[in-house]
Design a protein around this ligand. Structure first.
Ligand code: 4AD
Ligand code: MG
Length: 481
């Protein structure tokens, strides 16, 4: 295969022949020189291709091709790799010929017959707002910002596998379609082949026994319960896949379709789980700092000032630990000093709001905080109950700017206590009989957590809106697929 621009930029500028294939970012003309910057997405930088009108090889064809060359056109450029006199780049292409592979007109082209009009290429050289780019999600990967997000996302996805594989975890593919609502939050999307509209018209209730799977089914809200079954056999496992939640939260940190990483560890207690989460995040930050330095430098200068410094210092320091009860005390202390500090007044028993999580991480800890021992009423049925009968062994990892990035717990391994909690919540034991089997046969203490992959990417890139860290965001009310 021909080399990517990333490889060309790393090669010695020894005059070797080169072939550049990519998309034109800019074209600049000086008296005798024409500079074309070509980007192929393999790295942040493009390669500068310099054409010299005075050189003997400069043909009429080259001149004509350059004349009508626009931003966005796909090109193939041949030349030699030479040292660059320009600052900010070590090498450039002394270009000899150019072929336009695919044009990208700067002005509208009228259609003909069945061919519709071609509007001008929308990504002309200027800064575009993230809102505008969201409307052209199919083209936005060609911008600096979204190219950088895509590369960081790719590197982190791979780093997740590297981290777990190096520690003896096995990757388990948990199902997308499932009947179990792991979080009990009622946020499941339904999957059905029944004609619900026709049933509603005829006033009949849907009979899910007659549906495709013979029971009411939906899209997974978490792979945890199924991951637990594999942890009870393979000891250390993780899932990493698409997760769906029909939450009616139109915020900058919620998606209806997102990716979650969920390790599950047999014989692990909450302390092991917290240590794993901290090591995991630090390993991921270390990898992007090392392997995505150009992209991070861009985020640091254009999106979130100081992000590199922040990530480096998080890697070097210990996460703050705090119980939920202490966290609420801190919040209450803060409102005692300033009554209107929060929109939602915190009290023991409330679910922490993102404003509270931000306060704890930004004002109290100035870094990530692991909050533990939440009230049982606000957490899922499977969490291990503490002896105070009020709290559970939950752990949320909170970070500045975003709040919760990880949610996890030690799991209730005692059959009687788990069954009693499920009954309290009105869950039918027969629906979760397979899950209770883990406690019936060879039950073990075990723990795990879920990291929201998009929130991780938001954290390391500084991107403010979660819709801008996934290629095709699906969120409430967003219908343009
Ligand atoms: O805290 P959550 O709901 O935990 C679970 O689902 C557990 N079953 C995980 C486990 O223990 N295996 O979700 C975990 C993380 C959150 O901390 C958040 O980062 C992310 O998933 N998340 C979302 N990300 C984007 N959009 C949403 N709607 C999200 N809901 C949760
Ligand atoms: Mg949570």
């Amino acid at each position: 295969m021909f080399p990517l621009i990333k490889e060309l930029l790393a090669a010695p500028p020894d005059g070797r022949d080169l072939l550049v294939r990519g998309w034109v970012r800019t074209k600049r003309e000086m008296k005798n020189l024409i500079f074309v910057e070509v980007n192929d997405g393999s790295c942040f930088q493009g390669i500068q291709c310099t054409f010299d009108r005075g050189s003997s090889g400069f043909t009429k064809e080259t001149e004509a091709a350059l004349e009508k060359l626009n931003t966005g056109a796909a090109v193939e450029i041949k030349g030699k790799l030479v040292p660059s006199p320009a600052s900010g780049q070590a090498v450039e292409a002394a270009a000899e010929s150019i072929t336009v592979i695919g044009e990208a007109p700067a002005e509208a082209v009228p259609g003909e017959g069945s061919l519709p009009d071609t509007p001008p290429y929308p990504l002309q050289k200027k800064r575009h707002s993230l809102e505008f780019l969201r409307e052209i999600a199919h083209l936005r990967a060609r911008t600096n910002t979204f190219g950088a997000v895509a590369r960081v996302r790719n590197r982190l996805a791979f780093a997740i596998h590297e981290f777990f594989q190096a520690r003896g975890f096995q990757y388990v593919h948990t199902p997308i379609i499932t009947a179990s609502d792991a979080e009990g939050a009622g946020a499941m999307f339904q999957v059905t082949t029944l004609d619900l509209e026709a049933l509603a018209k005829s006033g009949k209730a849907p009979d899910y026994a007659k549906d495709f799977f013979g029971k009411r089914s939906g899209l997974t809200v978490s792979g945890q319960l199924e991951a637990e079954t594999y942890a009870a056999a393979l000891s250390r496992v993780y899932t990493f896949g698409p997760t769906f939640r029909a939450e009616n939260s139109n915020t900058t940190r919620h998606l209806a379709e997102f990716w979650m990483v969920e390790p599950e560890v047999a014989f692990a207690h909450i302390e092991d789980n917290m240590a794993l989460a901290e090591d995991f995040l630090k390993a991921l930050f270390t990898t992007v700092l090392k392997d995505c330095s150009e992209d991070l430098a861009f985020f640091d200068s254009h999106i979130e000032k100081g992000i590199i410094e922040t990530l480096s210092s998080v890697v070097a320091s210990k996460f703050t630990h705090m119980t939920y009860t202490d966290a609420v005390k801190e919040l209450e202390k803060a409102i005692a000093a300033k009554a209107d500090l929060f929109e939602f007044k915190p009290y023991w028993g409330c679910d922490l709001q993102s404003e509270h999580e931000k306060f704890l991480t930004e004002k109290i800890a100035n870094g990530p905080v692991i909050v533990t021992d939440y009230p049982r009423e606000i957490k899922a049925f499977y969490m291990k109950q503490n002896s105070d009968s009020k709290t559970v062994r939950a752990m949320d990892v909170l970070v500045p700017r975003l709040g919760e990035i990880i949610g996890g717990s030690e799991r209730e391994e005692n059959l009687g206590r788990l069954a009693a909690r499920m009954a309290e919540l009105g869950m039918k034991a027969e629906d979760y009989s397979w899950y209770l089997d883990l406690r019936r046969y060879g039950s073990i203490p075990h723990s795990g957590f879920g990291l929201g992959f998009e929130r991780l990417i938001q954290y390391v890139t500084g991107m403010a809106n979660i819709r801008d860290v996934i290629p095709y965001p699906r969120a409430v009310g967003q219908a343009e697929f």
